[in-house]
Ligand binder design. Structure first.
Ligand code: NAD
Length: 300
């Protein structure tokens, strides 16, 4: 079994992005700018956004964290998004989900300028993803593809089973792995909470992606020998012995599954860190596109 070390792969991506921002600085160009909006005080969201901002700083991207009280009205949030859409100096807009219940998330996502939609959730970008056209791939699915590429794991001809069909993880992962792209060409089975014979299907998986948010759900008896196992789950499980009072658990029972898998992602240090690296890559991509530049600028 080999660990798919997201930390190592994401560091390699960040190193490349750092060298790109340094080149932009040398050329005296404006640097890419990511604006992140956080509404309320959800502990997990606070951690995710803080990590995103910290990672921007590490690679020389400009970032702005815009915080609002959870009582913020929907129209106030929409106004802010519009303001960021109109701001020429902002390249990427990220609205941390989930939003408070009185705000309709899709309304907010739909208002983001697709050219600044670095999370890739706008219907225009989802449409392009389905078409196989260049677009912003949602950060977690993109991070999974980048991690597989880092370890030269090919999906072509394999049977991939994805557990979970959310719009941000499971469904786009299933589209990417089944697409006619170098990273795709797998035969994909997408499972969800109404799938009756899940174990029968998961046992057929050459690549198993678990994205359901149920800690330790995938047990050893559900996995075929030598499968590639990607654990997307991040759940805070209370633990009085832990410093913060909780531990992060994935959707896979690591002890049982790691002895059968050929490759497996750890949690933490697997998909989570890759998600951030993918977001940073999307922000650089947005910047280049908005300025009519290509990656050639980094080798000129
Ligand atoms: P979600 O709640 O939106 O979707 C969960 C999906 O799992 C649903 O489609 C549901 O049908 C399916 N499901 C639930 N119970 C099931 C069962 N018993 N059998 C089969 N399918 C079942 O979740 P999400 O937003 O996709 O997130 C999933 C997990 O991934 C969570 O733990 C979340 O925290 C984590 N996550 C991690 C990252 C990262 O960067 N690593 C990013 C996003 C989400």
């Amino acid at each position: 079994m080999e660990l798919l070390k997201g930390k190592e792969a994401s560091e390699a991506i960040k190193k490349q992005l750092l060298s790109q921002t340094q080149t932009l600085k040398q050329k005296k160009l404006r640097l890419p700018h990511l604006a992140a909006i956080l509404v309320g005080n959800n502990g997990a969201s606070e951690t995710y956004v803080a990590n995103k901002v910290k990672n921007c700083e590490e690679i020389g991207l400009t970032s702005s964290l815009i915080r609002f009280d959870e009582k913020l009205s929907e129209s106030q949030l929409l106004n802010k998004v519009q303001e960021l859409n109109n701001d020429e100096n902002i390249d990427g807009i990220l609205v941390q989900l989930p939003l408070p219940k009185h705000i309709i998330e899709q309304k907010v996502i739909n208002l983001i300028n697709p050219a600044k939609d670095v999370d890739g959730f706008h219907p225009v970008n989802i449409g392009k993803l389905v078409q196989g056209s260049p677009t912003f791939i949602p950060a977690t699915p993109y991070g999974i593809i980048l991690l597989m590429q880092y370890y030269n794991i090919e999906a072509q001809g394999k049977h991939a089973v994805v557990i979970g069909r959310s719009n941000i993880v499971g469904r786009p992962v299933s589209i990417l792995l089944s697409s006619n792209q170098t990273y795709g060409n797998a035969t994909v089975t997408l499972c969800h909470s109404h799938t009756p014979n899940l174990k029968e299907l998961s046992l057929q998986a050459d690549i198993l992606v678990a994205a359901l948010g149920k800690p330790g759900f995938v047990t050893g008896d559900m996995v075929k020998n030598d499968a590639v196992v990607i654990d997307v789950g991040i759940t805070r499980v209370q633990d009085a012995t832990a410093k913060k009072g909780f531990r992060i658990r994935g959707d896979v029972n690591f002890d049982e599954v790691s002895s059968k898998a050929s490759y497996i992602t750890p949690v933490p240090g697997g998909v989570g860190v890759m998600t951030i690296a993918a977001l940073l890559k999307n922000t650089m991509h947005a910047y280049l596109m908005r300025n009519n530049l290509t990656e050639d600028i980094f080798s000129e």
